[in-house]
Structure formats: structure tokens, C-alpha cells
Design a protein around this ligand. Structure first.
Ligand code: SF4
Length: 289
């Protein structure tokens, strides 16, 4: 499907961290809109999408003045205190058009001039590895978090057919880790997976964070319900995974199989700049495999 791309001049670029992101001082979105068009994307239920005629996934606004704005807003924010940035919360900073625009790359360049105290990069695109040269320069002040909701390609294709293939995401995360950059695999939202998933993540992730629709969609699962996601579970014969307790099975599996080497976190704690360790809690005798 061809997307409607539009250059825009944005009024601001750093947004105060609120809700699930209130441990960050700011979120940073180089684009509005996202052509990965994941079926479960919670942004579909936000005003930015609801008040637009075009369907989510078919349009992107390119914030052409993002780098200039960031330079101004970041220097002001840094004068006020510590700055921790989540990029990006309502778009993917490495969606396909970033190949040409290099807008996200230009924001990394600005952040190297005026370093924030911490930068969390959230994406599901292997394109992020293009910027390893810049990301390395942030040292311990950056985390690259790759969304890997499942290790099963048939499941990925059912829920997010136009998002990048899982093996390419895993390979990108591997290369980023090998470059010495802190990595995270975000199982967010957790989708049905195989019991081999933990071992696939062991060599590529310093940290695994599990989140699901009920903990992470900002409305206790109601937004996801309105999107009709349960139909995809039915279609794929995975109904028992559409369950607020499903995460416990995967959490237990991750903790038991790779918890000795990889930090395993849950929901919001796994997205904080400096996470407090809380008891993730496992239990319930559910069997999925
Ligand atoms: S990549 Fe993220 S922002 Fe883009 S459609 Fe998927 S969930 Fe939404």
C-alpha cells in the first residue's frame, strides 16, 4: 500500500514524559504516523489517529525541522536538570522512509552535541543498525530496545504483516550488542511464541522486557479490545494466549532459562532509564506448550 507522506513544520519536538513514560523527562517522535501499521498499535486509538480521515499506517508526517527544534529544546531542558529521552513513543523512528530522510539520524547527531543523561531507542526495524557508529558514542547512556513480540514468523505475519521479519530484527540486535551497545528485546506486546524463544534471545539481549495488552496499552486492555485483536487470536487458533495471565508463562520460562545471564523485566519497569528492581512474581499453572 502506498503511504501518504507529508513534510510538516512542527511547533515542538520534545514532549514531557507522562503515563507509562513518566520515568522519562521527555519522549521524542521524529515522525507522526507509522507505515508498519501493526494491527494492535495503541496509537490507532489516540486522537492523532482517530481525528484523521486516513487509516493508521497509510500516512506519515515528516517533521522536517525536528533537528533544529531539538537543538533549541534540548539545550533549554538540560539547563533545568537531568534529561532522559524515550525515542519513539508513537511512531517507529526507523520505519522505511528513514532510509531516505535520515531524520532520526540527524536527531542522534544533535544528541551527541548536547547529550541527554539517557536515551532509550525503541524500534522494530533492522535499519537501526545503520546508526551503530553514532549510537556507540553515547556509551552507557543509551539502550537500543528492539521489539520482538514473538519468535514465530507466522504469528508476526498474522498480527503485523507489514512490520519487519523477526529474524532480521534478531540479527540487527545481535550486531548492535556485538558493537558494545546495551540491548533490550521488548516482548511488547507479548504474542504467542515457542519454548525456544529464551535461548534465541540469550546471545542478543542484555535485557528482556515483557509487556502485554493488559499492562501496557494504557487502558487495562480496553483499547486492544476495541481494535478487535481477539479475532486474530481466534483465526490463528491461539485463543488461550489472549489472556492477562499468559505473560506469566513466558516470564517464568525466561527467568528459568536465561535469568542467570539476561535481566528479565516486566512492563513499565523494563522501560525506565534506571529501573528499580521489583519482584516480577511468577506463578499460575498455565501450560501453553
Ligand atoms: S511500529 Fe509501533 S508505532 Fe508503528 S504501527 Fe507498529 S506499534 Fe504502532
Amino acid at each position: 500500500m502506498k503511504a501518504e507522506l507529508k513534510d510538516i513544520v512542527s511547533k515542538s519536538i520534545l514532549t514531557p514524559g507522562v503515563g507509562q513514560l513518566d520515568d522519562f523527562t521527555h519522549s521524542l517522535n521524529p515522525y507522526a504516523g507509522c507505515t508498519f501499521a501493526c494491527s494492535y498499535c495503541y496509537v490507532r486509538q489516540l486522537p492523532i489517529s482517530l481525528y484523521r480521515d486516513e487509516e493508521w499506517g497509510t500516512w506519515v508526517d515528516i517533521k522536517t525541522n525536528a533537528a533544529d527544534l531539538l537543538r533549541q529544546e534540548l539545550s533549554k531542558a538540560r539547563r533545568k536538570g537531568p534529561v532522559t529521552i524515550f525515542m519513539a513513543s508513537s511512531t517507529d523512528p526507523y520505519q522505511p522512509l528513514e532510509h531516505e530522510t535520515k531524520l532520526t539520524r540527524s536527531l542522534l547527531e544533535v544528541m551527541l552535541e548536547l547529550p541527554p543523561d539517557f536515551l532509550h531507542v525503541q524500534t522494530r526495524s533492522p535499519l537501526v543498525k545503520r546508526d551503530i557508529d553514532l549510537l556507540k558514542q553515547f556509551g552507557d547512556h543509551v539502550r537500543v530496545s528492539m521489539t520482538i513480540e514473538t519468535d514465530k514468523e507466522d504469528i508476526r505475519k498474522a498480527f503485523a504483516p507489514t512490520a519487519p521479519p523477526i529474524p532480521a530484527r534478531m540479527q540487527a540486535l545481535r550486531e548492535i550488542k556485538e558493537a558494545g551497545i546495551t540491548t533490550q528485546a521488548s516482548l511488547s506486546p507479548l504474542l504467542p511464541c515457542s519454548k525456544e524463544f529464551p535461548q534465541k534471545l540469550r546471545p542478543i539481549a542484555d535485557r528482556v522486557t515483557i509487556d502485554d495488552f493488559w499492562m501496557g496499552d494504557g487502558s487495562g486492555g480496553k483499547r486492544t479490545e476495541r481494535l478487535g485483536i481477539s479475532d486474530i487470536y481466534k483465526r490463528t487458533g491461539m485463543e488461550k494466549w489472549y489472556n492477562p495471565s499468559a505473560y506469566k508463562v513466558v516470564l517464568k520460562m525466561m527467568q528459568e532459562q536465561i535469568g542467570d545471564e539476561v535481566e528479565v523485566m516486566l512492563s513499565k519497569d523494563g522501560f525506565t532509564p534506571i529501573p528499580e528492581k521489583r519482584e516480577a512474581g511468577i506463578g499460575e499453572n498455565l501450560t501453553f506448550f
